[in-house]
Design a protein around this ligand. Structure first.
Ligand SMILES: NC(=O)c1ccc[n+]([C@@H]2O[C@H](COP(=O)([O-])OP(=O)(O)OC[C@H]3O[C@@H](n4cnc5c(N)ncnc54)[C@H](OP(=O)(O)O)[C@@H]3O)[C@@H](O)[C@H]2O)c1
Length: 253
């Protein structure tokens, strides 16, 4: 692919869950544009490995934080503003699933999945919205999933949480539009990361999934990172409250 520029030079972004997978790819592309980027994750060793690979010096801040813990989120935003002086955009990338049927799930499991996907997105978006509202400019992009629109076995609680992010995207888009803050979301199908490795590394399951994708393959992290950077750019200044399906046409069928 030819080199594409999104004009993010000098901008400051927080990418939650940027220590691997899709978030790592988003952070890498932003840093290549000349942006200053903060990433977070729960495990320090993952952050250390990501920081070593990104090798971005003072343009990168790696923060250990759980996005569903309010005190962690407040500390993380304080660190970002302290190091970079401001924040121009938030990417709510953290997500997790533990494959389970909803009917048999205990409440603790429900809470865990809703916490990391939906509650974390709320806590981070609220904080980013409050900071960016002051300067009347900003971008919030959340990574949801086609699971928000398709009930699938063992993905039910995750799908409910992601559907909540879709509505939160529209709600925050309305609330923050008067402050020139655009809020959008990207909804991928299966992406080749650790998150979904048990599925795509199994040849039979992989082939079954690919049959549901008109473009005939699963997504790579870069397929999701590009539209995310677009939403973070000035080219998307008149787009808000939208969910972009990045699924090779799967939900168009
Ligand atoms: N891969 C797919 O097939 C696929 C498809 C559709 C949508 N998505 C969505 O895309 C997003 C990124 O997924 P991915 O595939 O890149 O996942 P991944 O490879 O599992 O990476 C997840 C990242 O989030 C961090 N993380 C997880 N829970 C966290 C928490 N509570 N607080 C802070 N950090 C946390 C992880 O670091 P630690 O483990 O150190 O916390 C890691 O950096 C998610 O929202 C996911 O739901 C993925």
């Amino acid at each position: 692919m030819a080199t594409i520029s999104y004009g993010l030079n000098g901008k400051v972004f927080l990418v939650t869950g940027g220590s691997r997978g899709i978030g790592f790819e988003i952070a890498k592309m932003m840093l290549a544009e000349g942006a200053k980027v903060a990433i977070c994750g729960r495990k320090q060793e993952g952050l250390d490995a990501a920081a070593a690979e990104l090798a971005a010096g003072e343009n990168l801040l790696a923060v250990s934080a759980h996005v569903a813990k309010e005190e962690d989120v407040n500390r993380m935003f304080d660190q970002v503003v302290e190091q970079f002086g401001t924040i121009d955009g938030l990417v709510n990338n953290v997500g997790m699933n533990i494959a389970t049927g909803a009917v048999d799930a205990d409440f603790g499991l429900w809470q865990k999945i809703v916490d990391s996907n939906l509650n974390g997105t709320f806590l981070c978006s609220r904080k980013a919205g409050q900071i960016m509202r002051e300067k009347k400019q900003g971008k919030i992009v959340s990574i949801t999933s086609i699971a928000a629109r398709r009930a699938a076995p063992f993905m039910g609680i995750y799908g409910v949480a992601k559907a909540g992010i879709e509505m939160m995207t529209r709600v925050l888009a309305q609330e923050l539009a008067p402050f020139n803050i655009q809020v959008n979301a990207v909804a991928p199908c299966m992406v080749r990361t650790k998150f979904s490795q048990p599925f795509w590394s199994n040849a039979d399951i992989h082939d079954q999934i690919v049959k549901t994708v008109p473009l005939g393959r699963i997504a790579e992290p870069a397929d999701v990172a590009h539209p995310t950077l677009f939403f973070c750019s000035e080219a998307a200044n008149f787009i808000t409250g939208q969910i972009l399906m990045v699924d090779g046409g799967a939900t168009a069928v």
